[in-house]
Ligand binder design. Sequence first.
Ligand code: PEP
Length: 250
Amino acid sequence: MRKKIVAGNWKMNNDLSQTQDLLASLKTQVIPEDVSVMVGPSFTNLYQAFQSLKDHPIEVIAQNMHQSSEGAYTGEVSAPMLRSVGITTVILGHSERRAYFNENDALLAEKVNTALDNDMKVIFCFGEELDERKANNHFNIVKSQLEKGLFHISKEHWSNIVLAYEPVWAIGTGETASPEQAQEMHSFVRKTIASEYTSQIAENVSILYGGSVKPNNAAEIFGKEDVDGGLIGGAALDAQSFMAIVNGFG
Ligand code: PEP
């Protein structure tokens, strides 16, 4: 059985006291036993968040990390640093990192290696832009992102990988991929993994959908066969909305 996962990416939102407030609200909520729930605060709040959720089922995850494990990289944060404050999962390849910080497939492949070398789990994001979908090139783009960023890893490492299909045109825009569009791409991704690796690996990997998931559309999207949950941006900043999405598995 694949894991059902709902992960909140808080992006560059929430200072320490706002983070504490949001965590306090989340801690009052009942977390369904069959859903892995994760939240990704900013680097400055990771330690606090981890301490606050230590005895709670919600996992605290990081939004990014550097490709080197240590060194003269002013302003950066490494995998061992994340591990030292209790973080064992990192989001890599988010479209905002690809677009605003020039993270290309080769760099992401390095980051994936470093995360895995440090025994971290990776939520690997990928997805096409609007013009690529309009040109009917979205399957090629996604395949290429997976091949270049991820398909060098060995079979054994797939248990530490979660995928997140995030069409760029749906992120923070209020425009969601239809449940059918999400299912179509997730199924394509699973088939691609099956032919590159094994059908068992393809069946076991959780593939999340991300892009304007809200309480009113989560259940329909999560109801699709190959959609195993969501990566949530905007709606993750409000505890009630986030939990309504978590409960979208019904
Ligand atoms: C995201 O940034 O990963 C995301 C899915 O954002 P939003 O839910 O706001 O579209």
